[in-house]
Ligand binder design. Structure first.
Ligand code: NAD
Length: 490
């Protein structure tokens, strides 16, 4: 499979040019070079994709579960066989280390297809027996044409996390990957063709959010939208979809706290907290960016954490030793640097990082940034309230459990939290009181695809993963069958 210069839309089983014949630049953030071109699709392309999906729906929705299981596994097989090219493509688009894409992004995309292909085989619906002599059973029917819109930070991983369950239960999909990282979605189109996915079952339209994305949300035949991205975008999508009563799943931004207690396993916690702060250049929605450390170990932890950050290798994503690659785009690089400046204006002290590092010649025009640790900022400042989404964290001491809880819950976000302690009772107590969709205790990003995934407060509406995803992508219908002689009035 090769990486083409001109990406095409995947509509009705064909790779096609956008109707307006306009393209956007696709920049490799590690070098600053334009290396390919992305369809700048508009509502005409979306309309064509929706028609293709609607045409494919009757046959796909009535196909056997076994047939869907086989074809989705075939897609997974081909992802596995193309691991190297997909990992290189993900790295070239996103700036992440190739190694990370090889170990995390692409294997997870494969796992998403396998997981939901299998899950649908075990997806049972409820039944409710009535004493009056009747039985209710719930049919879970595919919805029809659904929209899947995904972000740039984990491109194929998050796109497949939506597409796989939607297809597994019998929907047809119009998907729009991020315009910042479109290449692996394009390669997935080729994989779907090779796997023999019937025409129109999956359609991938590339382009800008405000144009192609908006047209998907607005199209009257798109009955449900699954979105992952920023909270402001989620708000716009909700506003647009609400008057049409579309089903919505919104996975949005976060400002995740990390709570470190005096009694934690010190060495392991330093290691894992460094990972949770800076993986993927801090551009994982689950990264811990507000780090709270109990007073007794504050100074020792701070010193060890700075040392770990100092040892992290920042540079060429193709170098197998690189731990932090490039920031995804120039705009985002500027935004993160703006927040570092803001943190200083707000009175913060940069303990480590904050600068653009020296990198090798190939990457001299890329968008790199050192891992950055800031101290001395109160909870209410913008640096601690707004999502930065980069390799920038703040640290702050806390006295006791109550203070830790208030700090952790003190933003409008509620996606994920990690908690480090050897006190099991405290862990459970806090686990229940923390206002987050995901609470990790003595671990971070340990994922089981069967669990509900998503955020509370301004981080999310609905949940993905496991049965939650299969429920979202189906319409429940209750069928009540009376078989007794009682008329049920008593
Ligand atoms: P974004 O909101 O800018 O874009 C996400 C997607 O939405 C892109 O495909 C974009 O083109 C599209 N889009 C933009 N405007 C649109 C509109 N008006 N109508 C329809 N579609 C539109 O987000 P991003 O910058 O790509 O990603 C970073 C954000 O995603 C961060 O806030 C991060 O926390 C969040 N995120 C959340 C999760 C989660 O599971 N909660 C996971 C990953 C990323």
């Amino acid at each position: 499979m090769k990486i083409d210069k001109y990406i095409k839309n995947y509509i009705g089983g064909q790779l096609v040019d956008p109707i307006p014949n306009e393209y956007l630049d696709n920049v490799n953030p590690a070098t600053g070079e334009v290396y390919s071109f992305i369809p700048d699709s508009d509502e005409q392309d979306v309309a064509m994709a929706v028609e293709a999906a609607a045409t494919a729906f009757p046959a796909w929705s009535q196909s056997s579960i076994e047939a869907r299981f086989k074809i989705l596994n075939r897609v997974a097989d081909l992802i596995y066989q193309n691991l190297d090219v997909l990992a290189m493509a993900e790295s070239a688009d996103n700036g992440k280390p190739v190694n990370l894409a090889r170990k995390v992004d692409i294997p997870r995309a494969e796992a998403n297809f396998r997981f939901f292909a299998t899950a649908v085989k075990h997806f049972a619906s409820e039944s409710h027996h009535m004493r009056e002599g009747a039985i209710n059973y719930t049919l879970r029917l595919p919805i029809g044409v659904v929209g899947c819109i995904s972000p740039w930070n984990l491109p194929l991983y998050l796109l497949s996390w939506k597409i796989a369950p939607a297809l597994a239960v019998g929907n047809c999909v119009v998907a729009k990957p991020s315009e910042v990282t479109p290449m692996t979605a394009y390669l997935l189109s080729k994989i779907c063709i090779d796997a023999g996915l019937p025409e129109g079952v999956l359609n991938i339209v590339h382009g800008l959010g405000g144009k192609a994305g908006d047209a998907i949300v607005a199209h009257p035949k798109v009955k449900a939208v699954s979105f992952t991205g920023g909270t402001q975008t989620g708000k716009m999508i909700a506003t647009k979809a609400a008057p049409h009563f579309k089903k919505l799943s919104l996975e949005m931004g976060g400002k995740n706290p990390t709570l470190i207690f005096d009694d934690c396993d010190f060495e392991e916690t330093v290691k894992q907290v460094t990972r949770s702060a800076f993986s993927n250049q801090g551009q994982i929605c689950l990264c811990g960016s507000r780090i709270y450390i109990q007073k007794g170990i504050y100074e020792a932890f701070k010193e060890a954490f700075i040392e770990k950050a100092r040892l992290m290798q920042v540079g060429d994503p193709q170098d197998p030793h690189t731990q932090l690659g490039a920031i995804v785009s120039k705009d985002h690089h500027d935004k993160i640097r703006g927040y570092i400046q803001l943190a200083e204006e707000e009175g913060g002290t940069i303990l480590y990082g904050g600068r653009v590092p020296e990198v090798n010649k190939r990457c001299k025009d890329g968008y790199f940034l050192e891992p950055t640790i800031i101290e001395g900022l109160p909870l209410q400042c913008r640096t601690n309230q707004e999502e930065i989404f980069g390799p920038v964290v703040t640290i702050q001491p806390f006295e006791d459990e109550q203070e830790a809880l208030a700090l952790a819950n003190g933003t409008e976000y509620g996606l994920a939290c990690s908690l480090w302690t050897s006190n099991l009772t405290r862990a459970h107590r806090l686990g229940q009181q923390l206002e987050f969709g995901i609470v990790w205790i003595n671990c971070w990003m340990l994922r089981d695809l069967r669990t509900p995934f998503g955020g509370m407060k301004n981080s999310g509406m609905g949940r993905e993963g496991g049965w939650e995803a299969l429920r979202f992508f189906t319409e429940p219908k209750n069928v009540c069958v009376k078989y007794g002689f009682d008329d049920g009035a008593s």
